[in-house]
Design a protein around this ligand. Structure first.
Ligand code: PLP
Length: 490
């Protein structure tokens, strides 16, 4: 032991000095005040942080404090150290990536979850954690008009994962397990299929799950997966002695919110006994409105489905809802029963042990924030939010359509609109000039501080993604966004 280290010798010990309950109440109120103030002043802050790499670390001491510091200093450093390095996802001028919109009841619920401090590694470790979660996922089945048999009370069931990537990974593991049980071949011979527009998490999950091959299937002019191309790829792989085992469809791709034909893909998947997983990470929330449900036609034929309440349902990160049609297919792949986790209720099969539905053992009480959001807004409030965002996105698209300088590059069925500056003529040189103009518009808007959007590429050409979905976004911000775009474009 170094001479400067504290003395670790034995002797009478006592707990360290904690805040008293009175101090906790006082600081707790100050923290809630800080968050409320932050939300109130957020629009006066530039959406994106402009710090350089290393700037924030430079504000931090070289080493951890040896002696306790007063709580007021911690709170002061939020403004001094953290806020300058924050890109404000909760800014109503947020149009980048997809939203991660939160809400006051969600934040309060997560605070309670931290206060309870539970680890729901099995039912008995906190029955309320598991049962509220199962119940919320069953509620979501009804709210999104998902198949009745996906309820935990039926053959299937829902579970909250940390992210859509985790859910897709777990679906791939279940697919691999089922294919191996059937044919006995190693995972290295198995093939996972998804569209060329699918989220990178499918490829990543397949790699982690040990699949030998991932095939990215061609898309049609609306950027949706072509079922005929999928069928041909499967035939070719079968002829080559490979084992087609998984197909991932997307409802609302990350690039442009393209919608794969779930029903037609399901026909192919069923014919060849593939596990069919649907990734509706962002667009799933829209299914709370009946007018969007035609996008998920055929969903009753799939094996699993994920959507993120933490993207567009006002539940703060992390909260990803994952459903399986057959819960045994999932738990067969993931169950391990060490003796220290054995207990009467689990052994009797009376309860759900969510550790067998996910990779980690420990899990937080995430369902509390979902419950509080669903109760605080009601389905009516969430439908109102979805329709408001979709309407504003469609109004924004209309502005683009009415302006010769711009062109919309993909269908926009939800609240994401992708566009670019129109080329002045045919040919590569004009296309390159249009790409430079598009990139310049994106950079100018993002530098303006009033709005933040995502420059991207589609088929090698520059585009701009505008995702409308922050909880507080209203027409004021849509006007500011349009003004910034319009002023930057030539
Ligand atoms: C955002 C997104 C994901 C990734 O979500 P995480 O929860 O961050 O893993 C996956 N798929 C699609 C279609 C997405 O839009």
């Amino acid at each position: 032991m170094d001479a400067t280290e504290p003395n670790g010798s034995a002797g009478p010990t006592s707990p360290p000095p904690h805040m008293t309950p009175e101090e906790f109440r006082e600081h707790g109120r100050a923290v809630i005040d800080w968050i409320a103030d932050y939300w109130e002043r957020i629009e006066s802050l530039p959406v994106a942080s402009s710090v350089q790499p290393g700037d924030i670390r430079e504000l931090l001491p070289q080493s951890a404090p040896e002696e306790p510091e007063p709580f007021d200093d911690l709170l002061a450093d939020l403004d001094r150290v953290v806020v300058p390095g924050v890109t404000h996802w909760q800014h109503p001028g947020w149009f980048a990536y997809f939203p991660a919109n939160n809400s006051p009841p969600s934040v309060l619920a997560d605070t309670v979850s931290a206060g309870l401090g539970l680890i729901g590694l099995l039912w008995a470790a906190s029955p309320a954690l598991t049962e509220v979660e199962s119940h919320m996922l069953d509620w979501l089945v009804d709210l999104l008009d998902l198949p009745e048999h996906w309820k935990t009370t039926a053959s299937g069931g829902g579970v909250l994962q940390g992210s859509a990537s985790d859910a897709t990974h777990v679906a791939l593991v279940a697919a691999r397990h089922r294919a191996a049980e059937r044919g006995g071949q190693p995972a290295t011979q198995m093939v996972a299929y998804t569209s060329a527009q699918a989220h990178s998490s499918v490829e990543k999950g397949a790699n982690v799950a040990g699949f030998g091959t991932v095939r990215l299937i061609d898309t049609d002019e609306s950027l949706a997966m072509r079922p005929d191309a999928l069928a041909s790829a499967i035939e070719a792989d079968l002829a080559a002695g490979l084992v087609p085992a998984f197909v991932g469809s997307t409802i609302g791709t990350t690039g442009t919110t393209a919608v794969d034909p779930v029903q037609a893909i399901a026909d192919v998947a069923i014919k060849h006994s593939l596990w069919h997983h649907v990734d509706a990470a962002y667009a799933g929330t829209a299914m709370i409105c009946p007018e969007f449900r035609h996008h998920q036609d055929g969903v009753e034929l799939v094996d699993s489905y994920v959507f993120n309440p933490h993207k567009w349902m006002m539940v703060n990160f992390d909260c990803s809802a994952f459903f399986v049609a057959d819960k045994a297919a999932l738990t067969d792949a993931l169950s391990i029963d060490p003796p220290y986790l054995r207990n009467t209720q689990s052994d009797a099969g009376n309860v759900i042990d969510y550790r067998n539905w996910q990779v980690p053992l420990g899990r937080r009480f995430r369902a509390l924030k979902l419950w509080w959001v669903l109760r605080s807004y009601g389905a009516t409030g969430i439908r109102q939010m979805v329709r408001h965002h979709v309407t504003m996105a469609q109004e924004f698209a209309q502005r683009l359509r009415e302006d010769d300088r711009f062109e919309i590059v993909a269908p926009h069925p939800f609240s994401l609109v992708c566009f670019r500056c129109r080329a002045a003529a045919d040919g590569d040189a004009a296309a390159e000039a249009a790409d430079r103009a598009t990139d310049a518009v994106a950079a100018a808007v993002n530098d303006s501080g009033v709005a933040y959007l995502t420059p991207s590429k589609l088929d090698g050409r520059s585009i701009i993604r505008v995702a409308v979905g922050q909880s507080r976004t209203d027409r004021t911000q849509m006007d500011l966004l349009w003004k910034a775009i319009s002023e930057a474009a030539v």
